[in-house]
Ligand binder design. Structure first.
Ligand SMILES: [Zn+2]
Ligand SMILES: [Zn+2]
Length: 344
């Protein structure tokens, strides 16, 4: 089969690999029909993710069809259409029993990181019963590809951790795929003010189309503008969807007394926490790696057309054009790429 293989910082190649085989009775082998590229794949290629060893097939998102299952898999059989969760979970360990699949002792984020991932024609999924979801008949596979990672990430780490409430004010710093996923799913709760901040004007236009009430670049008067849109209080929920010190520190300036900063961004270096100002502001700061516990809920919302994640898709490629797909996704400011769909 063809697969996109990581070869160390700055290096990747589309090459021939053997079709994966089951190593454990709980494994399933899935033939992919859709996959995509995530910002995290770009982090791996920069060398930011030391757990990902050269030789690993990249990718942790996708949908497909079950090819074979191990003898202990009871919920799936060959031919079933499935959504692959970016988080693998055994369903039995202490973390899994608390719904913290991201920290599963025999799983978590392993696909396209510690084991071969989904940017290939086939993938081996460990603990298939807990790590796959059935796709209902007639469901749009493009839309569901957005449910492997970005929709549950925006919803769980941003909206749920951020305690978005009806009528509240929300500010989202970062208008990439995750920021927009938070923007879409925040609207389940009907906030009254929904601000999106990003330097890219095209991404702000998209945010406006997806329901932002106010958009702006993070320029010198961003704090004053956010105060003016929130009765001088700041935002009740501030969602950090970038992962650099400047954006987290902006969140610290934008949060209202009693509010929550929900971090979603992947941070590679330390960030200053301004307790000299915030110690008395009754704020909460949350962090989380997506657990994908809300995937069944989101799947039903998409199937019932209450959520349209396919609108995040801007480009399509065949697996053989993976280089072009990475270039397009990696140069999003020029290509205006948001999510790309790749069909093996
Ligand atoms: Zn991802
Ligand atoms: Zn577990």
């Amino acid at each position: 089969m063809r697969a996109l293989v990581y070869h160390g910082p700055g290096s990747r190649a589309l090459e021939e690999r053997p079709v994966p085989v089951s190593r454990n009775s709980e494994d399933a082998i899935v033939r992919l029909t859709r996959t995509t590229i995530c910002g995290t794949d770009l982090h791996i290629l920069k060398g930011d993710v030391p757990t990902c060893q050269p030789g690993t097939i990249l990718g942790h998102e996708g949908v497909g069809v079950i090819d074979t299952v191990g003898t202990a898999v009871s919920g799936f059989q060959p031919g079933d259409r499935v959504l692959i969760s970016c988080i693998t979970s055994c369903g039995r360990c202490d973390y899994c029993r608390k719904g913290m699949y991201s920290h599963c002792v025999d799983g978590g984020w392993v696909l396209g990181n510690k084991i071969d991932g989904t940017q290939a024609e086939y993938v081996r999924i460990p603990h298939a019963d807990f790590s796959l979801h059935h796709i209902p008949d007639g469901a749009d596979e493009d839309a569901l590809t957005m449910l492997s990672d970005i929709l549950p990430t925006g919803f769980e780490c941003g909206v749920l951790n951020g305690k978005v409430q009806p009528g509240c004010s929300v500010a989202i710093v970062g208008s990439g795929p995750i920021g927009l996923a938070a923007l879409m799913t925040a609207q389940f709760y009907a906030p009254s003010v929904l601000i999106v901040i990003d330097p890219d004007r095209h991404r702000l236009e998209l945010a406006k189309r997806f329901g932002a009430t106010h958009v702006m670049a993070p320029d010198t008067h961003v704090v004053a503008d956010v105060m003016s849109w929130t009765e001088g209080k700041g935002a009740d929920t501030v969602i950090e969807a970038v992962g650099v010190p400047a954006s987290f520190e902006l969140c610290e300036e934008l949060v209202a007394p009693g509010g929550t900063i929900a971090n979603v961004g992947v941070h590679g270096c330390k960030v200053d926490l301004h307790l000299e100002r915030l110690w008395s502001h009754n704020i909460t700061i949350t962090t989380r790696l997506v657990d994908t516990v809300t995937t069944p809920q989101l799947l039903r919302a998409v199937t019932a057309q209450k959520l349209d994640p396919a609108s995040l898709i801007t480009h399509r490629f065949r697996l053989e054009n993976m280089d072009e797909a990475y270039d397009t996704f990696g140069k999003a400011a020029d290509s205006k790429a948001m999510k790309v769909i790749i069909q093996p």
